[in-house]
Design a protein around this ligand. Structure first.
Ligand code: UDP
Length: 328
């Protein structure tokens, strides 16, 4: 039995493929390579195509015996989603609908879903737990919530069980050094800060310092990408053991401000890293910090790479070794 990983050549997807590979799983990857990189795959059989292409998906499901899907394929930039929500509804929501229809057609009953803290919007409580209100402040989060809701109704109607993993801020790189974060354009805080450290950008823009936080900059919960990857493997196992559909937060439970991240990156890299305060970015909540108690208890998840310095350090090792990313 194989696990189908959609978006498996992307940043988090490729780390999940590595984790599956380390456990000896058979892996099939479907990726349109809009964001993904062939060179990021440490294993698995790659099919290049789009979830919205029915013929393509028929080939993937017919040529392999798939019992579970891990679904990463989606656009994931808050800023872009505010400017072009249609792109997010089409690729994320319609793409997921196409995938679920194919899973139903081919009798595949398990899906682990790459969701996000952006489903919550401005939190009611800190840390956030899974019972808290979901009221997204950006189109990206709204599409991920719509995808989760779709899965709920496919479970009710077709018994397709889902585990939705709401990540907080993924960062860092695989310990092996061959894979890391390479987006084009790069917009995420930690890789952008490291590009400044490498001399590839003149400064880091701090998006707003008038938030209701200690130093006025946004607070986020940064979680190592390999810890996230492990949670996907555990979620597949839980569904294979007959687990019910569920939603889990994945984070460290500790928040760091934008300024704290920049300071930590100065420590790790020994570089000055010039910072310039700019206007707020549309759609950004002030504070997002997870309670992951449920994932720890029910999935047996135990994130082991939690220190901010270690997360930034692993990313720095990748960026230094691959200053141009994958070069593909
Ligand atoms: N951020 C920033 N400058 C940048 C990129 C990000 O100040 O160049 C801030 C952003 O406003 C947010 C935090 O850093 O508060 C994390 O943003 P990122 O894009 O990394 O992840 P997101 O929280 O959007 O998933």
């Amino acid at each position: 039995m194989a696990v189908l990983v959609t978006g498996g050549a992307g940043y988090i997807g490729s780390h999940a493929v590595a984790a599956l590979q380390e456990r000896g799983e058979q892996i099939v990857i479907a990726d349109n390579l809009q964001q993904g990189h062939k060179a990021s795959l440490l294993g698995g059989k790659l099919y290049i195509g789009d979830l919205r292409d029915a013929d393509f998906m028929d080939t993937v499901f017919k040529e392999n015996t798939i019992d579970a899907v891990i679904h990463f394929a989606a656009n994931s930039l808050v800023g872009e989603s505010m400017k072009d929500p249609g792109k997010y509804y089409h690729n994320n929501v319609y793409g997921t609908l196409c995938l679920l229809e194919k899973m139903n057609q081919y009798g595949v009953k398990k899906i682990v879903f790459s969701s996000t803290a952006a489903t919550y919007g401005e939190p009611e409580n800190v840390p956030i737990d899974e019972h808290d209100r979901t009221f997204p402040t950006n189109a990206y989060g709204e599409t991920k919530l719509a995808m989760e809701k779709m899965m709920k109704w496919f479970d009710t109607a077709h018994d397709i069980k889902f585990i939705s993993l709401r990540y907080f801020n993924a960062a860092g790189a695989h310990a092996g050094g061959q894979i890391g974060e390479d987006h084009d354009p790069e917009t995420h805080l930690i890789p952008v800060v490291l590009q400044v450290a490498l001399g590839q950008r003149p400064h880091i823009s701090v998006f707003g310092e008038d938030y209701a936080t200690e130093d006025g900059t946004c607070v986020r919960d940064y979680i190592h990408v390999s810890d996230l990857a492990d949670a996907h493997v555990l979620a597949v196992e839980k569904l294979r053991q007959g687990g019910e559909s569920a939603v889990y937060n994945l984070g460290n439970g500790t928040g760091f401000s934008v300024k704290q991240v920049i300071d930590a990156a100065r420590q790790v890299t020994g570089k000055e890293i010039h910072a310039v305060v700019e206007a707020r970015r549309a759609g950004d909540p002030a504070v997002l910090v997870a309670s992951s108690a449920r994932a720890r208890k029910e999935l047996g998840w135990n994130p082991s790479r939690s220190k901010l310095e270690d997360i930034i350090g692993s990313a720095w090792a990748w960026h230094q070794a691959n200053p141009g990313g994958y070069n593909d």
